[in-house]
Design a binder for this molecule. Structure first.
Ligand code: 9D3
Length: 247
């Protein structure tokens, strides 16, 4: 079973997101366990101060090394060494591939960064530093939750059979358009092929739509994937059309 520890100055932030739906069910079924730790509990000073002014001056505060390193070391003390993850804007950008790597660990220890940043010496106790993307948040708590959500759903048994089947046929393309009832809504009809019952044609339509969507919205995803000869021809035709329009 995967055990996750989170060290944060805002443990309450995690309660509601993980108290609902799939993650909660995974915890109830003991597929994962989550333990929240308040960084202030690792302070030895009366006022439990977790931040301090930066040497050299400048705006903002810096997370003090002593409570942070005490917290990490106390969690590492047990039988399972664990992978220590610092969430920070300077980290490697999180990806599905990383989620799969983390899902293979048996213990993850998240340290949520805050303020302008953490004292540099904390990094010597960290195995991975992860950002969730190039936008500015107020702290590392939401990123830790995003990472945990992506990891937990990959653990064996967490998803229902319907969802995990979709996972097996994971495609590097964007998804094709989905429809449910009614057959016509606000003058927009469900494509006939989806109501035809021709499963082979439906499969082909969906694959073509997925390819078209990816071509329009995320051409970067098409660079390193293997397509069938028919799909390669479609893609070449679309690229030629696009060139023609530019002339
Ligand atoms: C002025 C320099 N800022 C860096 C872009 C300072 C700064 C902004 C925001 C320092 C920390 C933060 C708080 N963000 C995180 O701790 C964080 C984060 C993020 O802001 N975006 C994406 N991933 C992450 S992981 C942790």
């Amino acid at each position: 079973m995967l055990h996750i520890d989170v060290v944060t100055i805002f443990p309450d932030m995690f309660v509601s997101p993980f108290g609902e739906s799939i993650i909660r069910r995974a915890m109830e079924r003991q597929l994962v366990s989550l333990q929240l730790h308040n960084l202030r509990d690792f302070c030895h000073d009366r006022h439990r101060v977790v931040d301090d002014y930066p040497y050299g001056g400048g705006a903002g505060m810096v997370m003090r090394p002593e409570p942070a390193i005490r917290a990490i070391q106390s969690l590492r003390d047990g039988d399972r060494r664990g992978c220590v993850i610092l969430t920070s804007p300077q980290g490697d950008i999180f990806s599905q591939e990383m989620a799969a790597e983390l899902a293979d660990e048996n213990r993850l220890i998240f340290f949520c960064g805050h303020y302008e940043g953490v004292d540099e010496r904390i990094r010597s106790h960290v195995d991975r530093e992860i950002s969730i993307g190039d936008y500015v948040l107020t702290g590392g708590e939401l990123p830790a939750m995003v990472i945990i959500d992506a990891v937990v759903r990959l653990l064996p048994g967490v998803l229902g059979s319907a969802e995990s089947l979709a996972e097996e046929s994971f495609s590097p393309l964007l998804e094709y358009p989905h429809y449910t009832r009614p057959a016509e809504f606000e003058g927009m009809a469900v494509p006939d092929v989806l109501r035809s019952g021709h499963h082979q044609q439906i499969r082909e339509w969906r694959r073509r739509q997925a390819l078209w969507r990816t071509f329009c919205r995320r051409p970067d995803l098409l660079e390193n994937i293997v397509l069938s000869p028919a799909e390669e021809r479609l893609l070449s035709a679309w690229k030629a059309d696009r060139k023609k329009e530019q002339l």
